[in-house]
Design a protein around this ligand. Structure first.
Ligand code: ZN
Length: 387
């Protein structure tokens, strides 16, 4: 075994437990193991983070943009690289560039961008998330209603073809515009199907879970709520152990008390995991931008249309973890897991992402004990940041 790097720190959290005064051994972009610092002397390269902490890299399954670029306005591998680099500065080591509802032409360009990013091996690129355009008009949120439409056979074929030839893809759909048979076909092809932007009843959505949908997109936001006589998508997702659910933890999209109740209520093994739903403001000082020709204003941690509708989030993953720890009151280890092992599990990548274990991808974040970002490593390489 040729170990090329030993990266040491005061504490290493492997996703399950802490290792004090230890070193992470890495070769060929994968983790060999975690050993006591004294046992890492034979490594050909040594990096020591002294008093800092190492934790698993964050996996973000819903990222609309970053570094001033929204995926959709630009779709090239270079654009994806800019977005991934912006989020890497906040600890994200794998993400899904997410295209919100758009025209068939832009959707096709987004699929091409995913193909190019994969071919070029863009660091941090895991696959694509198509959020729409097959959503519910009633629960459109900031999605442009003129682009919302039923899923056609051609739409279905394009997603399945991407999955077969070009890798991982997740799609958010609403039962209002996608049939059970189409969901069954997507699931059979290995596309991860998430229910969102929908007003479906719990009974309806249960039939979509039976057909192979395994996820719910930004739990509570843009969906039928948990009511006394109608449990809605929220109730169905919490009660069904097969289902995972993304959650935006910015304190604006969902109240901290509601988050606490949902975490206690979620039936396992399905889990709630964090997404940022971040827009292109992350890593920039932008005060606003245009979304499909409509003005979006950035103010006090939120992004809104003129009418006040939330349009994505203005939060990074590290800030989401701090929020879950400091405001919602979760143990730090749990908050980190909701951003690493939980999303990895939600997309079936928990055999190689989300933990720092032998044979896992060497994706990790270096944090100060105050939870400030220090450094990010992706695929065993130090991902230099400009700060
Ligand atoms: Zn959404």
């Amino acid at each position: 075994m040729t170990t090329t790097s030993a990266v040491s720190a005061a504490r290493i959290f492997d996703g399950t437990r802490w290792h004090d005064d230890s070193a992470l051994l890495i070769s060929d972009g994968r983790i060999d193991g975690i050993v006591a610092i004294d046992d890492a002397a034979g490594a050909s390269r040594r990096v020591d983070y002294d008093d800092q902490w190492i934790v698993p890299g964050f996996v973000d399954l819903q990222v609309n943009g970053g570094g001033g670029i929204r995926f959709g306005d630009e779709t090239s591998a270079d654009a994806i690289h800019t977005i991934a680099a912006a989020h890497a500065r906040f600890g994200t080591t794998k993400l899904l560039p997410t295209l919100i509802t758009d025209t068939a032409e832009v959707t096709a360009r987004a699929l091409d961008g995913g193909r190019e990013a994969r071919a070029k091996g863009i660091p941090g690129f895991l696959g694509l998330h198509l959020e729409g355009p097959h959503l519910s008009l009633e629960r459109k949120g900031a999605h442009n209603p003129s682009f919302i439409r039923p899923m056609s056979e051609a739409d279905l074929a394009a997603i399945c073809e991407y999955r077969r030839e070009s890798g991982f893809v997740l799609t958010t759909i609403a039962p209002e515009n996608v049939t059970i048979e189409q969901v069954a076909m997507l699931a059979k092809e290995g596309v991860v199907v998430s229910i969102g932007h929908s007003n479906a009843t719990a009974a309806t959505v249960a039939t979509y879970f039976d057909a192979g949908a395994t996820m719910v997109t930004h739990l509570f936001n843009a969906m039928s709520q948990l009511g006394n006589r109608e449990p809605g998508i929220v109730g169905a997702a919490l009660d069904d152990g097969r289902v995972h659910a993304g959650l935006i933890a910015d304190g604006i999209h969902v109240d901290p008390m509601t988050i606490k109740v949902a975490l206690r209520a979620k039936r396992s093994p399905g889990q709630i995991f964090l997404v940022t739903d971040a827009m292109q403001t992350i890593g920039t000082s932008l005060e606003g931008f245009e979304l499909n020709g409509r003005a979006i204003h950035r103010s006090a941690g939120s992004l809104r249309l003129e009418d006040g509708t939330l349009a994505g989030a203005d939060i990074d993953m590290l800030a989401s973890i701090r929020f879950m720890h400091a405001v919602v009151g979760l143990p730090l280890e749990t908050a980190i897991s909701l951003a690493s092992s939980a999303p990895a599990k939600a997309v079936g990548a928990d055999g190689y992402l989300g933990h720092l274990r032998p044979s896992y991808v060497a994706d990790f974040v270096v944090l100060s004990p105050e939870l400030d970002h220090v450094d990010t490593w992706i695929d065993g390489r130090n991902f230099a940041h400009p700060r």
